[in-house]
Ligand binder design. Structure first.
Ligand code: PLP
Length: 218
């Protein structure tokens, strides 16, 4: 049962690590089962899906946007999104700042870093991340708050590769933190690799299939 798996994970995770339940492609009823077990943080990858779910589900749910975000779609999630994990350009951050301003909000964001070997995964390089934090316009954006980094490891059975990638992300986080001391979150770890991520310093894990079962799509 979903509620049991939520309780088990909360029990297994250290107290300082936040659980984001990734509910993409899963129906509202599944989310409500997790909600009944006390879960309030949910992760979604697609704009249309999170917009419709947020309209029908309880208002105290914190919606985390974890998928690739196109600038022309920011306006749809700006009224309600809690944390955007997947900021991979200054252009996107500027647009989030602009749209958040329209709603008089400050939206928290994580900078996504490319740590995996797969080219298909998006994210900034270390150099790009540091350049973004040092861009003059960065300090002028009043409606976004960058609170950390996010990364996805290579899909592999080799735990040494995964560990090295998470360690690299932690290292980049620490360099970023020197420029922006307010950074505190490292979003890393999914169903297959969260124990390694936690060992390497994760503060936030994004877990889908372990909670909700395998997905039909993707
Ligand atoms: C789908 C997804 C997850 C959850 O993956 P599981 O392996 O099902 O736990 C986590 N993070 C991102 C960015 C995702 O797209």
């Amino acid at each position: 049962m979903i509620a049991d798996r939520i309780r088990q994970l909360k029990n297994d995770l250290p107290g300082h690590v936040k659980l984001v339940a990734v509910s993409k492609f899963k129906p509202a009823a599944d989310i409500m089962e997790a909600y009944a077990a006390g879960q309030r943080d949910f992760g979604e990858n697609y704009v249309q899906e999170v917009v419709s779910k947020s309209a029908e589900l309880p208002a105290d749910i914190r919606w985390h946007f974890i998928g690739h975000l196109q600038t022309n779609k920011v306006k749809y999630i700006a009224p309600f999104v809690h944390l955007v994990h997947s900021v991979d350009s200054l252009k996107l951050l500027k647009e989030i700042n602009k749209q958040a301003g329209n709603y008089n909000r400050v939206i928290e964001c994580l900078l996504q870093v490319h740590i995996a070997q797969e080219e298909t995964k998006s994210g900034l390089t270390e150099e790009e991340l540091l350049a973004l934090l040092e861009a003059p316009v960065f300090g002028e954006m009043r409606h976004v708050k960058v609170t950390g980094v996010m990364g996805m490891s290579t899909l592999t059975d080799d735990p040494a590769v995964v560990r090295a990638e998470f360690r690299a992300l932690k290292n980049i986080f620490e360099k970023g933190q020197r420029l922006l001391p307010g950074m505190k979150e490292i979003s890393m770890g999914m169903s297959g690799d969260w124990p390694v991520a936690v060992e390497e310093g994760s503060t936030m894990v994004r877990i889908g299939s372990t909670i909700f079962g395998t997905r039909n799509q993707k």
